[in-house]
Design a protein around this ligand. Structure first.
Ligand code: SF4
Ligand code: SF4
Length: 304
């Protein structure tokens, strides 16, 4: 049996129950030649910086069939995380997505019953991906019609904005696909003009070596480049989303796990500089911020 036997409404209902604001389906097949060449160009130019994991498993990245043998459909989901209480009034700012529980855990937990429903209804295999497997999440979101890729490289869901996190369910079930999104940024260039590192490239990719998000979260260098000034943004950078007109009236999340934690919102520069490993582990338990490690957070917070 496959999901052709069910109405798409049943799947959308499952997605809504999980907290997703958008859900769409694409046929599982190799990614487009354009996506492949854009990615190869990005890697060859060194724009992945020290994220060597981006160069691994190229075959899986180009065809998710390898992530789940026999996969026939990619179901893409968008979960909103915008909350009006962020970023708070402290002298430091964390990227909005990081203020609640770690989205990897939250989205996986929320997609698990959806995957179980599909498996049961269709006698199908499923695999959940949440920014962990080598898969072009934004490409599949666009192919599944839930949004389009902005110049800043992020998925923009019309009517919702870009303050969303993505998750996918690969399945061997054959599900009627949705039409890919054909929207675009049009004449807008606001994010390019606002980016403090001039990191946004014309092909909708970001040069990680110049991006504050990479530098404050992923980089393990002892010192940041001399010409980089972070100001209050010590973890991540939301500037290219803040200026985006599609985020003028963002959807506010109802996912409680994404609500900003008061103990993170209220942290000051002084608190962070005085933090030891024990306190860091306690405050950022189940938080994406732990990825920066204490040394990274201290580096980002020290006056320059
Ligand atoms: S996150 Fe910040 S530095 Fe990175 S591309 Fe966006 S505006 Fe530029
Ligand atoms: S700011 Fe403008 S150019 Fe950048 S992603 Fe938003 S709509 Fe596209």
């Amino acid at each position: 049996m496959n999901l052709e036997s069910f109405s798409k409404e049943a799947l959308l209902h499952q997605a809504a129950q999980a907290g997703a604001v958008a859900c769409g389906v694409a046929p599982c097949q190799p990614v487009s030649a354009e996506t492949r060449s854009t990615f190869c160009r990005w890697i060859d130019s060194g724009c992945h910086a020290t994220m060597d994991y981006m160069t691994r498993y190229p075959d899986l990245r180009m065809n998710p069939d390898g992530l789940l043998p026999g996969a026939r459909s990619v179901i893409s989901f968008a979960f909103p995380y915008y909350h009006p209480s962020a970023p708070g009034n402290s002298d430091v700012i964390f990227a909005r997505y990081s203020l609640g529980d770690d989205y990897h855990d939250v989205i996986r937990a929320r997609l698990t019953p959806v995957a179980a429903w599909i498996a049961s209804a269709c006698a199908a295999e499923t695999r959940i991906c949440v920014d962990t497997a080598p898969i072009f999440e934004r490409y599949w979101a666009q192919q599944a019609g839930i949004g389009f890729c902005g110049l800043n490289g992020l998925i923009i869901v019309p009517g919702i904005g870009s303050w969303v996190l993505l998750g996918e369910i690969l399945t061997t079930a054959v599900i009627p696909p949705d039409a890919p999104s054909l929207q675009s940024c049009g004449e807008c260039r606001r994010c390019i003009e606002a980016c403090p590192g001039q990191a946004i490239r014309p092909d909708r990719t970001v040069d990680a070596r110049r991006c504050r998000s990479f530098l404050t979260i992923e980089s393990r260098d002892t010192h940041l480049p001399a010409d980089v000034s972070l100001g209050r943004r010590i973890y991540g950078c939301d500037i290219c989303q803040e200026v985006c007109p599609w985020n003028a009236t963002p959807a506010v999340t109802t996912i409680k796990e994404f609500f900003p934690r008061p103990e993170i919102l209220s942290l000051t520069r002084r608190d962070i500089l005085g933090m030891d490993q024990e306190r860091f582990s306690l405050i950022f338990r189940k938080s994406a911020i732990k990825r920066a490690k204490l040394t990274g957070l201290h580096r980002n917070t020290l006056p320059r």
